[in-house]
Ligand binder design. Structure first.
Ligand SMILES: [Mn+2]
Length: 512
C-alpha cells in the first residue's frame, strides 16, 4: 500500500454511522462555531445538558447526546414487559465520591440508573411499578428539585415539572420522600427488583447502616431508614442487575453510533499520540496528550486510568504509574480510551519510540497482530463462539505464532507466563460489562466486545533472548455482526506500515 493509500485508509473509516455524528469528523472549528450559538442559554435551567440549554450537544428529541427520549422509554418498557405482574423496580443514583475532605471527584451517574432514566443528577432514585395500563408501568422519579440557595453554589437542578415533561416520569417527588414511598410500595408488591450495595461480594458486609446510606442518602432519621431496610429484607427481593445487563449487552443502532464516535475519538487520539511520542518523552506526557486530544473532541472523561508502559514496564499488565521516560529503541504499550456521551472506549496499541520496529519487535508484533485479526474474524453470530472458546483459540493461535519464532514452549506456558490475561470483555456504558455477562454464552449480533491478545516475554533463559522484556498487546473494540464483525476502533493505526507511518509523520498527521 502506498503512503497516499494509507493516508486515505486512515482518514476514511470503513464503516460510517447512518446518521451524522455530532462531534466526530466535524472538526473542532465547526464545533466551536456551533457552540457560539449557545450564548443565550446561560445559566442553564437544568441539572444536565438538554436540548433547550445545550443545542450544540443534543438534537431536539434526544434526552442524552445521541440517545432519544423514546429509546429510554423503550428500555424501561422492555424491562417491565419481561417481569411478572405485581413487580416493582427500584434504582438509586450514584453517590458523590470524595477524593479528599470535601473535594469531590467529577460526578458520574450509576450506569443502570442512567441506562433506564438518562437522569444525570446525584441524590436521585426511580421506582417503576408494573401496571396494566397501556404504558405497562408507572414511573416515579425522586430528585432534589429546585433549591435556589443550593443552586447558587452547585448549579441548576431540573425542576419537578421538567422531570415529568422531559424525563417522562408520571410523578416527580423530592428525594426525601423516597424512603417512605419505598417502604409503603414494598408492602404492596410481590416481586421487588433491587440491587443492594456489593450484594455479590463478601468484602462489604450488608449492614443496615451501609444500606441506609445507599438507599436513602437524605433520610432524616436512622429509625426511618432501618424500617425501610426491614421492609426489603424479604425473600421476594431479587437482583435487578442481571436483567439490565441482558438488555445492555445488545447495543441499539443509536448506541452503536455513540460507541463508534467514542472509539473514533480515541482512535484518532492514538494516531496523533504516536506522532507526538519521541525518545525522551515521559510516559505521563503521552497520557496527558491522549487525554487532552479526547477532551478537545468532546469526551467527558477517560474511561479508565490509561496504561502508558515503555520498554519492560509493558510486562506489568496494569502498569498505570506512567512516570518514566521513553528510551530510544523501546516499544511503548498504550492502553487507553475515552468515555463519550455515556459510553466507554478501550483500545491498546504498541508502537516503536524511534518510529520503526526493529526486526525482533516487528516479528513479535506481527505474531500478535496475525492472531488478533484471525480472532476478530470469528466475532460473528454465525460463527457462534463463546468468549471462553475464543480465548482458548487465542492461546492456540499465539502458540503457533510463537513456535514459528523459535520459542520452545512447554504445556501451559503461553497461558501461565506469556499471556496471563483473558482475551476479551464486553464493553458499553461500563468499561467491563462483564460482571453479569456469561462467558459461556454464544456471541450475538449487536454485542460489543474487545479482542485483546498479548505477549509479554520475561527475561528468562527458556525464551529467545532477542524478545526478552518485550510486551505487546493489540486491542480493538468489535461490534459483533450476523455475518461480519465491525471494528469500531478502526481509526487507531494497527498495521505495521500504518503504525510506522503515524509515528514518522508520513500520514499527514500532526501531533495536535
Ligand atoms: Mn480492554
Amino acid at each position: 500500500m502506498s503512503v497516499r493509500q494509507l493516508r486515505l485508509a486512515l482518514q476514511k473509516p470503513t464503516w460510517r454511522a447512518t446518521a451524522p455524528l455530532r462531534t466526530c469528523g466535524r472538526g473542532l472549528r465547526a464545533l466551536a462555531t456551533v457552540a457560539g450559538s449557545a450564548q443565550n442559554h446561560k445559566p442553564s435551567n437544568y441539572g444536565q445538558p438538554l436540548f433547550p440549554s445545550h443545542p450544540h450537544l443534543l438534537r431536539p428529541h434526544e434526552l442524552t447526546p445521541g440517545i432519544p427520549a423514546d429509546e429510554y422509554e423503550c428500555r424501561r418498557r422492555t424491562l417491565m414487559d419481561s417481569l411478572p405482574s405485581d413487580s416493582l423496580v427500584v434504582l438509586v443514583a450514584a453517590p458523590i465520591k470524595y477524593m479528599s475532605g470535601s473535594a469531590s471527584y467529577k460526578f458520574r451517574q450509576a450506569s443502570d440508573f442512567w441506562y433506564l432514566t438518562g437522569f444525570e443528577e446525584p441524590d436521585a432514585a426511580v421506582i417503576l411499578e408494573k401496571t396494566s395500563n397501556s404504558r405497562g408501568y408507572r414511573m416515579t422519579l425522586f430528585s432534589g428539585g429546585k433549591d435556589s440557595a443550593k443552586e447558587k453554589w452547585e448549579g441548576a437542578r431540573t425542576s419537578f415539572k421538567d422531570v415529568v415533561s422531559i424525563f417522562r416520569a408520571d410523578d416527580a417527588l423530592p428525594i426525601h420522600v423516597f424512603p417512605a414511598r419505598l417502604k409503603s410500595l414494598a408492602g404492596i408488591y410481590s416481586n421487588i427488583y433491587i440491587d443492594l450495595p456489593n450484594a455479590s461480594t463478601k468484602r462489604s458486609p450488608r449492614t443496615a447502616k451501609s444500606l441506609l446510606r445507599y438507599l436513602s442518602p437524605s433520610a432524616r432519621s436512622n429509625s426511618e431508614c432501618e424500617s425501610v431496610v426491614d421492609s426489603l429484607w424479604i425473600p421476594r427481593r431479587q437482583p435487578l442487575a442481571p436483567l439490565i445487563a441482558k438488555l445492555r449487552s445488545i447495543k441499539s443502532k443509536r448506541e452503536q453510533q455513540v460507541m463508534r464516535a467514542a472509539a473514533d475519538i480515541s482512535g484518532h487520539a492514538f494516531a496523533k499520540t504516536m506522532r507526538f511520542t519521541q525518545p525522551g518523552t515521559s510516559e505521563s506526557a503521552i497520557a496527558a496528550h491522549f487525554e487532552y486530544l479526547c477532551s478537545l473532541s468532546g469526551s467527558q472523561r477517560l474511561a479508565y486510568v490509561p496504561v502508558v508502559a515503555s520498554g519492560p514496564n509493558a510486562l506489568i499488565i496494569h502498569y498505570t504509574s506512567n512516570n518514566q521516560v521513553i528510551q530510544d529503541g523501546e516499544l511503548i504499550l498504550v492502553d487507553a480510551g475515552c468515555e463519550y456521551n455515556g459510553y466507554a472506549s478501550d483500545i491498546t496499541r504498541t508502537y516503536p519510540a524511534s518510529g520503526s520496529f526493529t526486526s525482533a519487535q516487528h516479528d513479535l508484533y506481527t505474531a500478535v497482530l496475525t492472531a488478533q485479526k484471525a480472532l476478530i474474524g470469528q466475532c460473528t453470530e454465525t460463527a457462534s463462539f463463546t468468549l471462553h472458546e475464543l480465548h482458548r483459540r487465542s492461546c492456540e493461535f499465539l502458540r503457533v505464532e510463537l513456535n514459528q519464532l523459535g520459542f520452545r514452549l512447554h504445556a501451559g506456558e503461553v497461558e501461565r507466563v506469556l499471556y496471563p490475561h483473558f482475551l476479551s470483555h464486553p464493553i458499553g456504558i461500563d468499561l467491563h460489562e462483564s460482571s453479569n455477562f456469561d462467558r459461556g454464552g454464544r456471541l450475538k449480533a449487536g454485542m460489543v466486545i474487545t479482542i485483546e491478545p498479548g505477549i509479554y516475554v520475561p527475561p528468562l533463559p527458556q525464551f529467545p533472548k532477542n524478545f526478552h522484556n518485550m510486551g505487546i498487546r493489540i486491542e480493538d473494540e468489535v461490534l459483533v455482526g450476523k455475518e461480519h464483525p465491525i471494528i469500531l476502533s478502526v481509526a487507531a493505526p494497527k498495521e505495521v506500515a500504518d503504525v510506522e507511518g503515524a509515528c514518522q509523520g508520513l500520514l499527514g498527521l500532526q501531533p495536535l
